[in-house]
Design a protein around this ligand. Structure first.
Ligand SMILES: C[S@@+](CC[C@H](N)C(=O)[O-])C[C@H]1O[C@@H](n2cnc3c(N)ncnc32)[C@H](O)[C@@H]1O
Length: 209
């Protein structure tokens, strides 16, 4: 009899999928308390007013963007997570649309958003071509996709790379996919900046041309 293979990172992932209330704690643990600081890098590149955030999680960044005056819409695939975000945002006195939908079927007309933001969501997207086509459709000309994601350490530190390889074996998340390449193949103009410990976090800004 073959026992199912247990992947340690995916165990944490399953916990927050089932109990969104634990998301903050798990995420702070994995980011050594830097999560929000990394998310906030989004603000350096936001342009225009109409913003769509995909995979809002508990909605912290969505709320911050609303507080800064952006006209925001949230999209979240999981009901539990969408409800948690709605609850927290309402408790702060804000009323923001969070649609429970998948990135693969965006319920919007063509060319409506100035920016689409995804923080730490890309690794969960399995059909990236379909997701990029949908995002491109709803973005205005010169609109931007802004992505913050984790991945292979870029600073060539051998120990960090070995550690990453070990962690990567412990998850089905797509941590090593070349997101830049996919975006370029869809005609976007793309820039990437690496930062964080061992340069293992990256920001991608992709402009629709
Ligand atoms: C790791 S969490 C990141 C949450 C938040 N953006 C943050 O930075 O903390 C990824 C989120 O993306 C959502 N997600 C995964 N696949 C999705 C899809 N196909 N469409 C929309 N949201 C999705 C998950 O439910 C989860 O809430």
């Amino acid at each position: 009899m073959r026992l199912p293979q247990i992947k340690i990172i995916d165990l944490f992932y399953r916990v927050y999928k089932s109990w969104p209330i634990f998301y903050d704690g798990i995420i702070q643990l994995f980011s050594v308390g830097q999560w929000e600081k990394w998310q906030d890098r989004t603000f350096d590149d936001l342009t225009g007013k109409k913003i769509l955030e995909i995979g809002v999680g508990p909605g912290k960044l969505l709320l911050k963007m609303a507080k800064k005056g952006y006209s925001v819409t949230g999209l979240e695939f999981r009901k539990g997570m969408a409800d948690e975000a709605r609850k927290r945002i309402k408790a702060k006195g804000y009323d923001i649309d969070i649609l429970q939908q998948s990135i693969y079927h965006l319920p919007f007309q063509n060319d409506v958003f100035h920016c689409i933001v995804l923080t730490f969501t890309m690794a969960e997207i399995s059909n990236l071509d379909k997701a990029i086509s949908e995002m491109k459709r709803v973005l205005m000309e010169n609109g931007r996709i802004i992505i913050i994601a984790g991945g292979m350490p870029q600073d060539k530190n051998i120990f960090a790379r070995i550690l990453f390889r070990m962690l990567e074996q412990q998850t089905l998340l797509k941590l090593e996919r070349d997101n830049v390449l996919y975006l370029k193949q869809h005609g976007f103009e793309v820039t990437r900046t690496d930062f964080g410990p061992f340069n293992m976090v990256n920001k991608i800004v992709a402009v629709k041309k």
